[in-house]
Design a protein around this ligand. Structure first.
Ligand code: ZN
Length: 66
Protein backbone atom coordinates (compact mmCIF):
# COMPACT_ATOMS: atom_id res chain seq x y z
CA UNK A 1 0.00 0.00 0.00
CA UNK A 2 1.46 3.33 -1.04
CA UNK A 3 1.73 6.24 1.27
CA UNK A 4 -0.23 8.45 -1.14
CA UNK A 5 -3.38 6.45 -0.46
CA UNK A 6 -3.38 7.77 3.11
CA UNK A 7 -3.92 11.35 1.99
CA UNK A 8 -7.41 10.99 0.62
CA UNK A 9 -9.22 13.49 2.81
CA UNK A 10 -9.32 17.19 2.00
CA UNK A 11 -8.70 19.39 5.00
CA UNK A 12 -6.32 21.72 6.75
CA UNK A 13 -3.00 20.45 8.01
CA UNK A 14 -2.75 21.00 11.79
CA UNK A 15 1.01 21.45 11.57
CA UNK A 16 1.53 23.92 8.70
CA UNK A 17 -2.11 25.15 8.64
CA UNK A 18 -2.33 24.87 4.85
CA UNK A 19 -5.28 23.36 3.04
CA UNK A 20 -4.22 20.06 1.53
CA UNK A 21 -4.95 16.38 1.29
CA UNK A 22 -4.43 15.13 4.81
CA UNK A 23 -3.96 11.94 6.80
CA UNK A 24 -5.45 11.42 10.22
CA UNK A 25 -3.36 10.88 13.37
CA UNK A 26 -5.17 9.44 16.37
CA UNK A 27 -4.26 10.16 19.98
CA UNK A 28 -4.86 7.75 22.86
CA UNK A 29 -7.26 10.20 24.48
CA UNK A 30 -9.58 10.05 21.49
CA UNK A 31 -8.50 13.29 19.86
CA UNK A 32 -6.96 13.44 16.44
CA UNK A 33 -5.09 15.80 14.17
CA UNK A 34 -4.56 15.90 10.45
CA UNK A 35 -1.33 16.38 8.58
CA UNK A 36 -0.42 16.95 4.97
CA UNK A 37 2.16 14.76 3.29
CA UNK A 38 5.10 17.11 3.92
CA UNK A 39 4.32 17.32 7.66
CA UNK A 40 3.50 13.64 8.02
CA UNK A 41 6.86 12.53 9.45
CA UNK A 42 6.94 15.32 12.04
CA UNK A 43 3.30 14.72 12.86
CA UNK A 44 3.91 11.02 13.37
CA UNK A 45 6.73 11.75 15.85
CA UNK A 46 4.64 14.36 17.68
CA UNK A 47 1.71 11.98 18.04
CA UNK A 48 3.96 9.11 19.12
CA UNK A 49 5.60 11.25 21.81
CA UNK A 50 2.21 12.40 23.04
CA UNK A 51 0.92 8.84 23.17
CA UNK A 52 4.05 7.64 25.00
CA UNK A 53 3.50 10.36 27.60
CA UNK A 54 -0.14 9.38 27.89
CA UNK A 55 0.83 5.72 28.37
CA UNK A 56 3.30 6.61 31.13
CA UNK A 57 0.69 8.73 32.86
CA UNK A 58 -1.81 5.87 32.70
CA UNK A 59 0.74 3.42 34.07
CA UNK A 60 1.47 5.75 36.98
CA UNK A 61 -2.22 6.17 37.69
CA UNK A 62 -2.74 2.40 37.58
CA UNK A 63 0.13 1.92 40.04
CA UNK A 64 -1.31 4.51 42.41
CA UNK A 65 -4.66 2.80 42.34
CA UNK A 66 -2.86 -0.42 43.23
ZN1 ZN B 1 1.42 20.38 6.69
Amino acid sequence: MGRKSMFTEEGTCDWCKKPSFVARHDYLDGKFNRSCESCYDIAKIDVRLFNQGEMKMRERMAQQLG
